[in-house]
Design a protein around this ligand. Sequence first.
Ligand code: 0O2
Length: 267
Amino acid sequence: MEIQLWRKILDPYALAVDELVVKFNHCISEYRMMGEYSPIEQVNGRLKTISSILEKAQKKQVPLEEVEEKIEDIAGIRIICQFVEDIYTVVNIIRNRTDMRIKSEKDYVTNVKESGYRSYHIIIYYNVETSKGTKEIQAEIQIRTLAMNFWATIEHSLQYKYKKNMPDHIKERLSSAAEAIKTLDQEMGNIRTEIVDAQNDFKIKANMVADIFNNIQNLYRVLNRTEVLKIQEEFLDIYQSGDMIKLRELSKKIDHLSEHYNAQSLI
Ligand code: 0O2
C-alpha cells in the first residue's frame, strides 16, 4: 500500500463511522420518542489513527497490503449501556439489522480477559457508497456498560504509558478494580427496575412541566392576565407539593383549555 493512498483508503472508514454513529443515535431517539427505555445510553465512533494501524500491523505482522482485511477495527464504534442486560439486547438489535453483516463476535463480558477487560465485541461488514461505487468495509462495535467503560478507559491509558512493562502493583490494583466494577454492575442490575422506573418518572415529569409551561405561555394570548396568573399559581402549588397525580390532572386541564381556545395555533 502506498503511503500517499492512505487518506483515500481511510475515507470510506470515516464515512462508515459517521453513518453508524447516526444510526445508533437514531435508535436511542426512537426508543425515547416512544417513551421507552433505551438499551443504548451513548454512542461514540472513532477512526483508528495511522500510527495505531501501523503499530497493530507491526504487532500482528500484517503486511501493509493486507491491513484492510486483517485489521478489523479501522472503523470503531463504542456503544455504552447502563446495565449488563442491555448489552445483550443491543447484540440482538445488531444481529437483526439488515444493513450490517456479522463477521465475528467475542463475548469478553462472560469470558473476561486476563487483564480484567470486559466488553462485547462484534466485527461487522458494512457497505458504504463512494464515488467509485459500493465498498464493503469492516468495523468493530464494542458494547459495554458505563462502569466497564470507566475501567477500560483508565486501563488503556496505563497500558499506553507502560507498554509491556506495567508494574505488578498497578496490575494488581487494576485487577481488584475490575472485580469492583463487576460487583457494581451486578448490584445495579439487581435494582435495575427501580432505577429505570425512577428515570422514567423523571422524564415524564420533565415533559409534563415543559408542556404546562408551553400551554401557559400560549394562554397569555387568549385569556386575561389574572386568569393565567391563577393557573400559574395553581401549578406552582402542585409542583411544590410533588403530587404527580394532581400535576397530571392539571396538565390535562390546561391542555384542554389551550385546545378550547385554540391557543397553540395562535403562535
Ligand atoms: P485501541 O487503541 O483501542 O484501538 P486478538 O487478535 O483477538 O488477540 P485484537 O485484534 O486486538 O486481539 O482483538 P481484541 O482482543 O478483541 O481487542 C480489540 C480491542 O479491544 C482493542 O483494540 C482495545 O480497544 C480493546 N481491548 C482488548 N483488550 C483490552 C484490554 O485488556 N484493555 C483495554 N483497555 N482494552 C482492550 P486495540 O487495537 O488493542 O487498541
